[in-house]
Design a protein around this ligand. Structure first.
Ligand SMILES: [Cu+2]
Length: 474
């Protein structure tokens, strides 16, 4: 027993030593990671060293080669539905809260990358393209695939690679850049190269049961249809130096600089549009503390709120993309159901713990009109950005005014009918999705991505609000 334990420990030491040796042999370049304070050059790292590590099993992150031998041709003609999922690895500058920018790495010019949505049993055909002129190679690891990331290796600038797999398991799954030959993954993922795949259960989602007391000591079970209004929330941290570059020293120390939800710090907080509707004046703030993204000039980066109806089945797909646990909690609500994979884990729970690279599906119904903050209930995360504000029903009694002024033709069950829900918080439609009344453009997107969304019908609220202001104040 002891002997084999020692053997395993000493093998780990050997792997670490080989990795560090590889590091010290070669200089530094753009793609870097740090092990024990040593800076490693990964672009030029000897392939033999990597091969040795592989042979020793040191960096093998999942069961090896589960689908490695499956060729796309046979899967494409298997009669299953095939999803063509195109990703591009792009390093771009993106804004931080407060006006600074950072050197982000993205899939398709957005953080998180586009959400893939399929049904259990479908075939995913994923192509990763690295444009000519991109500063580093990238890889891809889709946790829905049960395929070793080492098989995929890394794609160099000017190249493109495709792989196919069957999405066998239902649930929410991370995908992320696997760095350059599995290394510098920390830098690439924590700089923005992550996203999710939602694999809907083959037989659809289940009805939601919520228990209520009748007052006479009896329990009243209320059932909601499986169809739900859906949102996606992805948690992460930023570790940056003051030039906006990735800071591995901070990462190893677990000293994050910002907590982000869908890539943004405090991304879902009130803005000028809400000032106008609630206070009748774009400049009269609703919340002095939370209103960190206030200003029409911020365009897709201004704060937006998530709007839901009362007594509506709401489903939230949550993924912890980061380096710290997520204690998912909604202030003022109880999570009616928590599902992981397609197994129910809890009912009527106050908070749910989601570890790194783990997902959860939360189903709930908001009963009372009001403002509810979904948080990572770790105070270091809350106060650095992990706050997402839901507004249920019409807590500000705006319907009469909006109807009278002609902004909406009739009273509406949520403000989404007037303002839409933020595009980055809304996943693609699945088999049990309720369509959002409207979508506004919001997210850590490049301007190109934002204009594409506008062409597809998403509302640029920064253009609409001045018009609405005129109507409301006339
Ligand atoms: Cu990458």
């Amino acid at each position: 027993m002891n002997l084999s334990m020692n053997k395993r420990v000493s093998m780990l030491f050997t792997i670490a030593a080989v990795a560090v040796m590889g590091a010290t042999l070669f200089g530094s370049s753009y793609t870097q990671t740090q092990i024990g304070g040593q800076s490693i050059d990964l672009n030029k790292m000897d392939v033999d060293v990597i091969e040795k590590i592989h042979q020793m099993g040191g960096l093998q992150l999942v069961m090896p080669q589960a689908f490695a031998d499956v060729d796309c041709g046979s899967l494409e003609n298997s009669g299953r539905t095939v999803h063509d999922f195109q990703l591009t690895g792009e390093s771009v500058e993106l804004p931080l809260l407060g006006g600074k920018t950072y050197n982000a790495m993205t899939f398709n010019g957005q953080v998180p990358g586009p959400t893939l949505r399929v049904t259990q049993g479908d075939v995913v055909k994923m192509t990763l393209t690295i444009p000519e002129g991109e500063v580093t190679g990238h890889g891809n690891d889709m946790h829905a695939s049960q395929m070793s990331a080492s098989y995929f290796e890394s794609i160099n600038p000017g190249e493109s690679t495709t792989y196919c797999y069957i999405a066998e398991a239902a649930g929410i799954f991370k995908y992320h850049c696997s760095g350059v030959k599995l290394m510098a993954m920390d830098q690439h993922v924590l700089s923005g190269m992550y996203g999710i795949a939602i694999v809907d259960p083959a037989n659809g989602y289940k009805k939601l049961m919520v228990e209520k007391t009748s007052g006479s000591g009896e329990l009243d079970r209320k059932f909601y249809d499986a169809d739900a209004l859906e949102f996606q929330l992805q948690y992460n941290q930023l570790y940056l130096d003051d030039k906006g570059n990735y800071n591995a020293v901070d990462m190893f120390a677990h000293h994050h600089d910002a907590a982000v939800v869908n890539g943004m710090q405090f991304g879902y907080v009130p803005n000028m549009a809400h000032n106008l509707l609630v206070n009748g004046d774009v400049n009269k703030k609703i919340s002095a503390v939370l209103q960190a993204r206030d200003g029409l000039d911020l365009k897709q980066y201004q704060g937006q709120l998530l709007f839901v109806e009362l007594d509506q089945h709401v489903r939230i797909f949550i993924e912890n993309q980061g380096n710290e646990p997520v204690f998912f909690h909604i202030v003022g609500e109880i999570l009616d159901r928590v599902t992981q994979g397609n197994r129910v884990q809890a009912g009527a729970t106050e908070t749910w713990l989601i570890g790194g690279s783990q997902g959860a599906i939360v189903d709930l119904v908001f009963d009372e009109p009001g403002v509810y903050a979904a948080v990572n209930h770790d105070y270091a995360q809350i106060y650095t950005g992990a706050v997402t504000v839901f507004v249920a029903g019409d807590p500000f009694n705006l319907n009469p005014v909006l109807v009278e002024k002609g902004v909406i033709p009739a009273p509406v069950p949520s403000y989404a009918y007037a303002l839409g829900n933020p595009s980055d918080a809304v996943p693609p439609m699945g088999q049990n999705s309720i369509a959002h009344p409207a979508i506004n453009i919001h997210g850590l997107y490049t301007d190109e991505v934002a204009s594409e969304l506008q062409e597809n019908g998403a509302i640029p609220l920064w253009e609409v609000i001045p018009v609405v202001a005129e109507i409301l104040t006339s």
